[in-house]
Write a protein that binds this ligand. Structure first.
Ligand code: DX5
Ligand code: ZN
Length: 231
């Protein structure tokens, strides 16, 4: 069963973002990172409104669902997540993360995701404080802390997001919850240590995995080896 609740909280898991893949050879590229040890597959959905970029939609997810058994970690950077939740889950998304800044009632979106049988995550843009997610922590499986402004791959990791990661991890521990903290943007072998030390256990990585000259196996292994920095 493809379920993020079955993934460990005390080890680093890696979710390669296909935004950095070769779209002309997508299935082969997904197979390459799967064989290299990817734990999930990160799907960046952008609508040209919530963020100034357009990427992929349900038909593409449906097509790769036929070819891949990885957990589809779907990151909705869209204005109206509630309307699209059933469509993305119908296309094969196992997990849906939406933005708390989107034009929506977060509780209604969580309820819809659960009703459709998927797990739920909430993402925070760099300018959004940790506390915005606190009211929902006991109803979601994942918090996604953006470590770049959402919209594009290949940007530089924002070190100054680490206090936010730590504040969310402290609150999750204080309340005895089991919630993944995922970070997204600029994650690579030189930034994973600081993210893990702050309390992030799930790493989205696009450029550093798909476009690593040393290969995906080395890239993913280096990210996994940061498990020793988790506490
Ligand atoms: C940015 C996306 C990221 C992006 C990460 O809005 O949410 O998932 O693809 O790309 P890298 O790892 O290249 O920073
Ligand atoms: Zn993403």
């Amino acid at each position: 069963m493809r379920d993020i609740r079955k993934l460990p909280l005390d080890k680093i898991t890696v979710s390669p973002s296909i935004l950095a893949a070769d779209f002309g050879a997508l299935n082969a590229d997904i197979k390459r990172v799967t064989d290299a040890g990817a734990d999930l597959l990160h799907l960046d959905v952008m609508d040209g409104h919530f963020v100034p970029n357009l990427t992929m939609g349900p038909p593409l997810i449906k097509a790769i669902r036929q070819q891949s058994d990885l957990i589809f970690d779907t990151h909705l950077m869209i204005t109206d997540p509630l309307t699209y939740v059933p469509i993305f889950i119908g296309a094969g998304a196992d997990h849906i993360t939406f933005h708390v800044e989107a034009d929506c009632d977060p509780q209604a979106v969580i309820d819809e995701i659960k009703k459709q049988g998927a797990t739920a995550g909430i993402s925070l843009k760099p300018g959004t404080p940790a506390e915005e997610v606190f009211p929902y922590l006991d109803r979601i499986e994942l918090v996604l802390v953006m470590t770049v402004e959402p919209g594009f791959g290949g940007q530089s990791f924002m070190q100054d997001m680490m206090p936010k990661v730590k504040a969310i991890r402290d609150e999750i521990k204080r309340r005895g919850l089991k919630v993944h903290i995922e970070v997204d943007g600029g994650i690579a072998s030189d930034t994973v240590e600081t993210a893990a030390k702050a309390g992030a256990n799930m790493m989205v990585a696009g450029t550093s995995v798909f476009r690593n000259p040393a290969g995906a196996l080395k890239a993913i292994s280096e990210l996994h080896s940061a498990s020793r920095y988790l506490s």
